[in-house]
Write a protein that binds this ligand. Structure first.
Ligand code: PHE
Ligand code: ZN
Ligand code: ZN
Ligand code: ZN
Length: 295
C-alpha cells in the first residue's frame, strides 16, 4: 500500500533531497533541481486525478514555473487555495524551507483524493517558483489572474517552513490579536487563524500569532483582499525561554539554525512538528472542501 500521512511526507522530502544532490546541491529557481522538483510533484498529482497546469514566468533573467493542481470537482466560484513555495535558495537543498510546506500540501492533496470525497468547493494546490527571489511566482500568479478569477478565490492558506528543527508553532495573525505590527488580514483571515489554532490546540499545542509581514507568498493575496492564513514553525529568529517552556526545544537558539544554509537537508526537520502541521493542513482541507467561511 502507498504511504500516507507524515511517513509519506518524509518520503517526498527524501526525494527532494535526492533531486538536490543530483542537481548541484540545490533546487533554486532557474536551476535544474527546481524543474526536477516540479516534475516529481506534478507526476504525483496527475496520478491522483488532479487537473494540473504549469505557469511559466521570468525571474532574475531566467525562466521558471508555478505548478497549479485542482480538484476536477467542486464549485469553481468558490475556490480554496493551499500554497507553498517549491524553490530553495541556491546555497542548499531547502528541505525545511520549503520542502516541508510543499511536501505537506502535496500529501494533504493526495490523502484527500484517496478518500474518494468530492468537494463542494474547488480545492487548488499551488507550488510557487522564485519565492526566494522576492515572491515572484505568487505575485505573477495573482497579477495575471483576471479580477473575475480573483473573486472566485474564497481563501488562501500558506505553508512556508513547517518542520523547523527547533520548532515554534505560529499561525498568521489574521485578527491582529496583539494589536501591533502588520495589522489584521482581509476579512475572513481571522476565521482561518481560528481553525488552525483550534486544530493545533486539539493536539495539545498552544500557538502564537505571527504578523502578515510580507515575507511569504500570502503577500500578493492579501494585497488584493483575499482572506489568508497558514502556519509557520520559525526561521532565523531566536526561541525565547518562555517559548522553550511551552514548546520544548532550545531557548536562545534559532527556530531553524540552518535557515538558508547548506545544512538545510533531510536532517533539518522535526518530524513531530511536521506531523502536527500536516494534521492542521488536513483539517483545513476537509473543512474548507465543504464550506468557507464555515457556518
Ligand atoms: N519566506 C521566508 C523564506 O522563504 C521564510 C519565512 C516564512 C519568514 C514565513 C517569515 C514567515 O525565506
Ligand atoms: Zn527562504
Ligand atoms: Zn520559505
Ligand atoms: Zn491572532
Amino acid at each position: 500500500a502507498p504511504l500516507t500521512g507524515v511517513a509519506a511526507v518524509q518520503d517526498h522530502l527524501q526525494e527532494l533531497q535526492k533531486i538536490a544532490e543530483a542537481n548541484g546541491g540545490n533546487r533554486a529557481a532557474g536551476q535544474p533541481g527546481y524543474k526536477a522538483s516540479l516534475d516529481y510533484i506534478k507526476a504525483q498529482l496527475d496520478g491522483a486525478g488532479f487537473t494540473t497546469s504549469v505557469q511559466e514566468f521570468d525571474s532574475m533573467g531566467g525562466t521558471t514555473y508555478n505548478l497549479l493542481a485542482e480538484t476536477p470537482g467542486g464549485d469553481a466560484n468558490n475556490v480554496v487555495v493551499f500554497g507553498a513555495h517549491l524553490d530553495s535558495v541556491s546555497r542548499g537543498a531547502g528541505i525545511n524551507d520549503n520542502g516541508t510546506g510543499s511536501a505537506a500540501i502535496l500529501q494533504a492533496a493526495l490523502d484527500y483524493a484517496g478518500s474518494g470525497a468530492t468537494p463542494k468547493n474547488k480545492l487548488r494546490f499551488a507550488f510557487w517558483g522564485a519565492e526566494e527571489e522576492g515572491l515572484v511566482g505568487s505575485t505573477h500568479y495573482v497579477e495575471s489572474l483576471p479580477q473575475a478569477e480573483r473573486d472566485q478565490i474564497a481563501a488562501y492558506l500558506n505553508f512556508d517552513m513547517v518542520g523547523s528543527p527547533n520548532a515554534g508553532y505560529f499561525t498568521y495573525d489574521g485578527d491582529d490579536s496583539d494589536g501591533e505590527g502588520a495589522g489584521p488580514g482581509p476579512e475572513g483571515s481571522a476565521q482561518i487563524e481560528k481553525l488552525l489554532n483550534d486544530s493545533l490546540a486539539a493536539a495539545g499545542v498552544e500557538t502564537e500569532g505571527t504578523d502578515f509581514d510580507g515575507r511569504s507568498d500570502y503577500g500578493p493575496f492579501i494585497e488584493v483582499g483575499i482572506p489568508a492564513g497558514g502556519t509557520f514553525t520559525g526561521a532565523e529568529e531566536t526561541k525565547s525561554e518562555e517559548q522553550a517552556q511551552k514548546w520544548g526545544g532550545q531557548a536562545g537558539e534559532a527556530f531553524d539554525p540552518c535557515y538558508h544554509q547548506a545544512c538545510d537537508t533531510i536532517d533539518n526537520v522535526d518530524t513531530q512538528a511536521l506531523d502536527r502541521n500536516l494534521q492542521a493542513i488536513n483539517a483545513a482541507v476537509t473543512t474548507y472542501a465543504e464550506q468557507f467561511p464555515q457556518p
